[in-house]
Design a protein around this ligand. Structure first.
Ligand SMILES: Nc1nc2c(ncn2[C@@H]2O[C@H](COP(=O)(O)OP(=O)(O)OP(=O)(O)O)[C@@H](O)[C@H]2O)c(=O)[nH]1
Ligand SMILES: [Mg+2]
Length: 678
């Protein structure tokens, strides 16, 4: 696939991304957003990652064929460095104060290596600061940076508090007092931001085909002083990874990194490189490679290599020298290179061609380079594929959300005949509910309202009292009847009355329940209607008092003068008046009757009241029930009516939603088409 074709696909993919972004309800996935940003910025990031001192920077240098990136036997890389394809070598660094500095080699002083020096200064741990968690300190300066004042603004107090509260890494465990002093000195010295790089890019005329392709050097996993953080923050953005592992001791730490540090995305496009190949025997190297291939079966077999970057760098230095003696001089002045090329040097025995062959074999970079160049040619396509795959997945989500909506709209759509029938049914239902409501109230009142002479129960109810009263009235007793006879008679009448009343109330309740059931109303609690007893003992007591009549008679007095007086004519002297009581049975009966009738009347009105209260209650509860039903029906009717009103609109909605879906499906198949071509 040529550049123009890729560019066309890129433009189409970006359009598809915007389409999915506009139609997507939830949050777009981080993978998609990262891909979008990289593609928008025309970047494919191949990050070289690995533990501290695994040989990452040296590996990139070996690929470039020049010792450009700072490397050191001690912790070195302190910043993310992006190397991109350019016509000539230059460094572009952006600093915390916003200033962008570009440095290139001065061609008039070929040995001065300005770019390398500049990079070493800004992208590697500086010796004078090895004790300090420089990244953390820089973060403080950046956080407090005031772009109007062109420096970080903070008070001593702010700084003291921050030092106290942030767990700053005291790398070499120096005295707290010294540590704090050094921190303050560093922050004061660097507060103008001019020494803190926030972005480092290296332009380089490398062999990789595509402009978008960026090789990225990263600080090591496990780097101290907060430096590791930079890699962890960066790893999300990565499109592919070259994971460098120092081949030497074991693959255990690699396994740990694989499980914990390497993201899923980074694993998808990953090269695994065991470095320091020359430090071990050929047999051991083969065994290590086999073991690694077996352990990391998820990584493609042709993407696992064992190399020696330093030997490759040495080769790059040797190639232009051509003859044995020049190489000899070079080796003499370069201890590290002398060391790693020692065995080949001996074995070649003065044969430059043989030396190159041996070193090429030891560095083992040829195949890897070829693979990487091939990968770089496909990288942009791979990135686009990933991007379009993510987009397609998002389209699938949107489509799967829209389809049920379309289905429910289609269900809502009614044809006019069915619809008007449904509306008529609903209206009938509402009318019948209203009729029920009136009917229930009427039925209840007409049947059970015992205070209304028109009601069915009225006479049955009144009769009980009238008959009882008439029987009371009809009862007569002769003067010789004792109160006991009267009491017995009233008790018989009373219990008949009570039985009748009880029977009536029982029937009334059953009947009310039946009516309620017939109307499908909620059952009412009928226990409030009960039959009050007439308490006779009180009545008897009071009646007895009423029935006692006062009488008087004269009796002879007992005293002397009274005795004499008795014999004196026309005088009361000698006698005196005595009062006494007689029991009148008629008065007794009349009193009982009066009191019983009062009680019965009051019972009648009590019962009437409780019946009426209950009727009202059940009517109200039934009404409430019906009103709720009516509301529901009305709402349903409204809904239907709305549907009728909007039938056209629904059709319109169905049309536009179907259109949306088919557009989305088109977009989705557009994705598939691009994926097929990539
Ligand atoms: N013999 C040999 N030495 C190597 C190889 N790769 C790196 N080195 C040496 O190992 C040391 C560390 O290399 P760097 O490239 O700085 O390692 P790094 O992974 O970039 O280290 P940090 O950036 O500090 O994480 C240096 O002294 C290199 O010269 C290799 O393949 N073979
Ligand atoms: Mg490094």
């Amino acid at each position: 696939m040529n550049k123009e074709q890729l560019e066309q696909h890129r433009a189409a993919a970006l359009d598809l991304f915007y389409a999915v972004k506009n139609g997507y309800q939830g949050e777009l996935s981080t993978d998609l957003l990262t891909l979008y940003r990289n593609i928008k910025e025309n970047k494919f990031l191949l990050a070289v990652m690995g533990e501290v001192k695994a040989g990452k920077s040296t590996f990139i240098n070996a690929l470039l064929g020049e010792e450009l990136l700072p490397s050191d036997a001690r912790q070195s890389t302190s910043a993310i460095i992006e190397v991109f394809k350019a016509d000539k070598k230059f460094i572009k660094a952006t600093f915390a104060n916003g200033i962008v500095k570009e440095v290139q080699d001065n061609l008039s002083t070929p040995d001065s290596d300005d770019t390398v020096k500049f990079l070493k200064k800004i992208a590697s741990v500086q010796d004078e600061h090895r004790d300090l968690p420089v990244v953390q300190l820089n973060d403080f300066i950046i956080e407090h940076y005031d772009s109007k004042k062109n420096e970080s603004v903070y008070t001593e107090n702010d700084l003291d508090k921050w030092i106290k509260n942030s767990e700053l890494e005291n790398i070499h465990k120096i005295e707290t007092e010294d540590f704090n002093r050094l921190i303050k000195e560093y922050i004061h010295e660097n507060k103008d931001g001019s020494t803190i790089p926030t972005k480092i890019e290296v332009g380089y005329p490398h062999e990789f085909e595509f402009d978008q392709f960026r090789l990225v050097d990263t600080p090591g996993i496990g780097a101290i002083g907060g430096i590791e953080e930079k890699t962890k923050r960066f790893v999300e953005k990565v499109d592919a990874t070259i994971y460098i592992h120092r081949g030497a001791p074991s693959a255990r730490s690699l396994q740990h990194a694989w499980n914990n540090e390497i993201t899923k995305k980074a694993k998808k496009h990953m090269f695994l490189v065991l470095s320091h190949r020359g430090s071990d025997t050929e047999d051991n190297n083969v065994a290590k490679l086999e073991e690694t291939i077996k352990t990391f079966s998820q990584i493609r077999r042709d993407r696992i290599f064992s190399v020696d970057s330093l030997i490759e760098l040495a080769l790059n230095e040797f190639y232009p020298l051509v003859d044995w003696d020049s190489i000899k001089v070079f080796r003499k002045n370069n201890k590290q290179i002398r060391k790693v090329t020692a065995s080949a040097w001996e074995d070649a025995e003065g044969d430059v061609g043989e030396l190159f062959d041996l070193l090429e074999k030891e560095s083992n970079m040829k195949k890897l380079k070829k693979q990487l160049i091939e990968f770089s040619e496909n990288a942009v396509g791979i990135q686009l594929s990933n991007f379009v795959e993510e987009i397609a997945e998002h389209f699938e989500v949107v489509i799967s959300e829209k389809n049920p909506k379309l289905k429910s709209l289609k269900n809502k759509f009614k044809n006019p005949q069915t619809f008007s029938k449904k509306v008529a049914d609903e209206k009938n239902k509402i009318e019948s509910y209203k009729a029920n409501m009136r009917g229930f109230s009427r039925k209840i009142k007409r049947t059970y309202d015992v205070s209304d002479a028109q009601s069915i129960m009225f006479s049955k109810f009144s009769d009980i009292f009238e008959i009882f009263k008439a029987e009371l009235e009809g009862k007569t007793f002769s003067a010789s009847d004792s109160s006991g006879v009267v009491d017995k008679a009233i008790e018989t009448l009373n219990s008949d009355y009570f039985d009748n009343l009880e029977k009536f109330i029982e029937n009334l309740k059953t009947s009310i329940n039946k009516t309620i059931e017939n109307f499908n109303a909620e059952q009412t609690d009928l226990s409030s209607i009960d039959v009050p007893q007439i308490v006779m003992s009180n009545i008897w007591e009071s009646a007895k008092i009423d029935a006692l009549e006062d009488n008087t008679r004269r009796e002879d007095s007992d005293g002397f003068w009274n005795k004499i007086g008795r014999w004196i004519p026309f005088t009361d002297i000698g006698t005196h008046e005595v009062s006494y009581k007689t029991f009148n049975i008629t008065t007794y009966w009349n009193s009982i009757k009066k009191r019983v009738i009062t009680d019965v009347d009051s019972n009648k009105s009590k019962i009437t009241e409780s019946i009426n209260n209950l009727l009202e209650e059940s009517i109200n509860s039934y009404d409430a029930q019906i009103i709720k039903k009516l509301e529901d029906r009305k709402l349903f009717l409204l809904d239907l009516a709305d549907n009728e009103y909007n039938n056209e609109k629904i059709q319109g909605d169905i049309k536009s939603l179907s259109h949306d879906i088919s557009k989305l499906e088109n977009n989705h198949s557009e994705c598939q088409k691009i994926l097929g071509e990539l």
